[in-house]
Structure formats: C-alpha cells, structure tokens
Design a protein around this ligand. Sequence first.
Ligand SMILES: [Ca+2]
Length: 328
Amino acid sequence: MIPSRTGILLALVMFSLVFYVPFEVKADVIEDFETLRIEPGEFHNVSLYLAQDEFLYCRFRIIDGNGIYFFIVDQEGQDAIINGSTPATKYKEKTYRAEDDQLNLVYFHVPHDSTWYVWFSKLSGVPYADSAVSIEGRIGRDFENPVIIDVNFPDGPWSGYIYVSFRIRDDGGLISKVELHANGTCVAVEYDYSETHDISGVEVEGVIRWDTRRRENSIYAVKLVAYDVPGCVCESAEVLRIVNNGILDFETGRLGVAVGIMLLPVISTVVIYRHYKHRVMDRFNKHRTWLEPLIALGIALYLWIFLRLVWFLFWLLFAGPPAIALFE
Ligand SMILES: [Ca+2]
C-alpha cells in the first residue's frame, strides 16, 4: 500500500518530535560571575536590556578548558537561535583559545534598543565544543563615571611646559580621553599613559602636558577632566595656579616681538641707505653697467631672505612650541 501524502507528513512530524532534543539554555542576568562552567552541549547567555548608543563591556578569563566560542545577538537573533535557525547577524563573533591567564576584552557599541544576549557556547559545530570550560569574568553596560583616583598639579607659578600626572579608573569599559582645563577651557589633551586591565575594570596612569606659553600670564583655575567611551565624565577638584612666562610667551607679546624682528631689517636698510646715499649713488653712476645686475641680484636675495623670515615668524607664532626655544 502506497502511503498517502498526509501519512508521510505525519510520520515526518513524529520523527522530528522524537529526535528533536532542545539544547540547554542557561541564561543569567548577573553581570559579575566568579566562575561559570559550561559543559559540552550547553550554551550560556547573559541578557541585558540596552538602549541605542549604550556600551557593553565583557572581560573574561578562561581558567579551565581549551577555549570558548563567543558572540552577541539581539532579541531577533536570540529568537532565531531558540527556534533552531541561525541569526541574521552575530556581533563580536569569535573563538577564544585558552592562553595562560589571558584576560579577554570585548567592547560593543549597541546599535539599537533591544535585549542583548552575550553568549558563551559549547554547542556542537562550534570550536572547542567537545570539552567543558570554566571562565570567570564580568559583563555589563557602562553607565558609571570614571573615577580620578589621583591627580598631581605641580606647585606654581607655572611657566613653559607643565606636566600633570594622574591615575584614573573605570569599572566599565575604557577611558577615551583626558583633558586639562584652565578657567573652564580645555587647554591640553596630549598625554602619555599606560593602561592596566583586570576583570573588574581598567586603570589608566599618565601624564598630561600643557604648554602654558600659549596662554596669557594670569591666575588660572585648573582641573582634570576624564571621559569614558560612552561619554560619562568625571572632574577633579579645581586648583588655582599662577602662569607667568614673561613677555615672550603671551600671544600679544610674541606678536610684538615678531613684528619687531620683521621691521628690524627694513629700518636698518633705510638707515644705512640714508647715511651712505651719496656715496652709493656716486658709485652707482660710475659703475652703472656692471653694478645694475649685481644690485638686482642683491635685491632679489634680500627679498628672498625677508620672505623666508616672514614665513618663519608666522610658523613661530601659529605652529607651536619648537620654535619658541629660539627665544629662550
Ligand atoms: Ca564608565
């Protein structure tokens, strides 16, 4: 007897029901996990509701096992997985191999509102699926301000380059920038730093440099401002410091010096010419034929030097510190 189409369909459904074994889902909402053990055939996820533009961080260390497969999906991706299909988009998908005491860092900028799932997987078909793994780590959304642990403003008065050392910590993601503010304006952003990561956060130790010669001699209320990647801010307490660089380092003073230097060759040329005018004209009239090209050459050379000097002075005024050393 040939089975009917309905019969075949029914048999297939029965077959699927008998052999469909749902994989084990272990979901947590915890953000800190001391130790998480994932057996073969399991996946483990951490769900977090995140709004657009938020920042998710995950730091973990493999403490036992060969490796772990990791990725992030949104609610749509999660639904696809639960229904046995593959998500259209996985984020930060990567296999992490166990390496001695290696701290793995993942940062993820959330592109839209959703519940987001951070996955550690031991399902078949992914790398390192056949052996258990233990990991420790921390996952979360970065919404807390960085903390300035330490900042050292040198005693005043300040002149030339000033170096302010600092130590800043963020329990979430990363410190994105550090600024030095004077009287409410950012005056320095360049700094040397070193970064230390541990499971519970990041610490940045560095030195920010301010060339005080780019500012007016005055008294300044100075503070340090630090930002993390999502834009959370922290500020140090303000301190008052006197900046005194003498005349050369105040912008107007430098302009005066520059104009003075430019005028010097012009004035000296006029004075010399007036003094030796008659002698010069006599010579010129006597030796006109060969003096003319020589004088033209001299004028050209003079103009070239003069233009170079003007260019140099503009560079000196607007391009920055190296040339200032000339005056010191
Ligand atoms: Ca933060």
